[in-house]
Ligand binder design. Structure first.
Ligand code: HEM
Length: 396
């Protein structure tokens, strides 16, 4: 398993030149984008796509403009498949999470009070809250204690923002071997015990039960880790961005939670960069590309495209009360590989933002640094203090 720096995102893969990774990439692409030329050859060597129409053509891939790819199902051994298994896994995972959220919704206020109030250090606080809430869906209660411990450690060593810098490389390597061993052993056991009538108890069952017979446990472990990164990592970061933006824009704290979450994902799409390869020579948004090129679809720039968004760089939750340019909004991707967890994610985020802001005043102290940019876009570290509201909320 890799740290948030290499696995969590949905795109900035190994082919982006190392010297231009992450924060550099974000700054460089932002500096290069003039708001007019929105598909261009970047100094990074990739062809950057910030034009919404081209971004949808590439991600949706209806005309086979790029080689088929889903970043979620990418493993070290190639793309996990077949596509039918990807679809089954996505659907079963969504159904399981939806049932879990329905059954456990009532526990959220207690978790917010326990883990976020009176103050907490973010973005870790958001990730750890999501971990607590989703724990049983990630791994059922009767799974081996060693594996439970291992999943908790994976979160601390690989999922939290900047986790890879918190541990030395040898310790990371050692941990990785041990954690993957536990996971592979458990997957083999579950493959042996499989029978078609069993109900999935957790996401590991989903991955094992919905894959093809005889699937490689190593690949299944990687798909399972994608779920761990998506739930605890991406959902936690998206929550962190909402809290950060509300804390730094106190006037917006009475906004509809759904507007806040949408606007946070517009300004800071956690999945912000997607790598794809053209399948043949063609013109994309006025730029000639060939299969030797690497396309970098940048939803961060699509979401701030001045041709589509008014006040593109400002946090304006109210914009979601009216008509928005949906075509230029792709926080969960687009087309056949659109996020299978989008609806459950939005629901959980809206519930949490509602709980955090209802009856409470939120104050945020940023630590002065910028966003933590890896393949996933995480907020800067900040402290958020929740106190009883002194005004009469009335806003909602
Ligand atoms: C804020 C949270 C999340 C964000 C921003 C996000 C974003 C994305 C994006 C952009 C893709 C498309 C990747 C591509 O085109 O290569 C994707 C795919 C996927 N996501 Fe999420 N995701 C989130 C949470 C979740 C959760 C909680 C689940 C759990 C069910 C999930 C399951 C999936 C699956 C299974 C796919 C692959 C879909 C396919 O290829 O058929 N995601 N996600």
């Amino acid at each position: 398993m890799e740290s948030s720096g290499t696995r969590q995102g949905y795109g900035e893969g190994a082919r982006t030149p190392r010297k231009h990774r992450a924060r550099d990439t974000l700054s460089l692409l932002s500096a290069e984008f003039d708001g007019v030329h929105d598909v261009w050859r970047s100094a990074m060597g990739t062809v950057c796509v910030a034009d919404p129409e081209s971004a949808r053509a590439v991600l949706g891939n209806r005309d086979a403009v790029v080689a088929e790819a889903s970043d979620f199902y990418k493993t070290r051994h190639g793309d996990f498949g077949p596509r039918a298994a990807q679809i089954r896994i996505g659907r079963a995972a969504r159904a399981l999470i939806r049932r879990h959220l329905d059954a456990r919704r009532a526990e959220l206020p207690g978790l917010v009070a326990e883990l976020l109030a009176p103050s907490a250090v973010w973005p870790d606080a958001g990730n750890l809250l999501v971990l607590r809430h989703m724990r049983d869906v990630l791994l059922h209660r009767d799974a081996p204690p060693q594996l439970h411990a291992s999943v908790g450690q994976i979160v601390h060593r690989a999922v939290l923002a900047g986790a890879r810098h918190r541990h030395s490389p040898p310790s990371r390597l050692l941990f990785r071997r041990r954690a993957l061993n536990f996971l592979h052993t458990e997957i083999r056991d579950r493959q042996r015990q499989f029978h078609p009538a069993r109900d999935a108890r957790d996401l590991l069952d989903v991955v094992v039960d919905e894959s093809e017979p005889g699937a490689d446990p190593k690949d299944l472990a990687e798909v399972y880790l994608s779920f761990l990164f998506a739930t605890v990592g991406s959902v936690g970061f998206a929550l962190g961005w909402s809290v950060h933006l509300l804390g730094t824009h106190p006037d917006c704290q009475a906004a509809e939670p759904s507007w806040t979450v949408r606007e946070a994902l517009r300004l800071w799409p956690v999945a912000w960069l997607f790598a794809r390869t053209p399948s043949h020579a063609q013109t994309l948004g006025g730029t000639e590309v060939t299969p030797r090129d690497l396309l970098a679809v940048c939803t961060y720039l699509v979401h701030r495209h001045p041709g589509y968004w008014e006040r593109p760089d400002e946090f304006v939750p109210e914009r979601w009360a009216g008509a928005v340019p949906d075509a230029a909004y792709l926080p969960f991707g687009y087309g056949p590989h659109t996020c299978a967890g989008a609806t459950v994610t939005m629901r959980l985020l809206e519930d949490l933002v509602e709980l955090i802001t209802r009856d409470r005043q939120l104050a945020v102290t940023p630590d002065g640094t910028g966003p933590q940019v890896g393949p996933a876009l995480a907020p800067p570290r900040f402290t958020a203090v929740l106190s009883a509201r002194t005004d009469c909320p009335g806003g909602r």
